[in-house]
Design a protein. Sequence first.
Length: 150
Amino acid sequence: MVIDKLDNLSKYVALNPLFADVVEFLKTNDLNALEEGKHFIKDKDLFVNITTAKGRAKEAATIETHINMIDIQIPLSCDETFGYTPLCDLPTTFEYNAEKDITKYGTTLAQTYVTLKPMQMGIFFPQDGHAPCISENEGIKKAIFKVRCR
């Protein structure tokens, strides 16, 4: 997991070659001006989903992991808290949904929490269990870049 300002994403391009494409996309696109929905950058290997998610309490947040994609999650409208638990510490009894590339671990409380301000980013790799959308705000406008693992 990486937590940083979105302006610093270029410092992480060595972690995945598609991160450079995200940096280029951000140079020519204003995330706050994009319409809600999926915007494909490199077919299904790289896209951004602009969405308004419902805020929830820590106790109601669902931890998730992905096998094939890295999430770069960016709150746009308000602070958003993320729970974090390493994959190796999560139970193995939950089923992976290959079509959606997600395993949901129910409302197990995360080991730790971090709050991001608008235009900060959380980069979640396949080994990072994360519980997004923790907020007292009713709606969280956010951008979620989905980046194919290489």
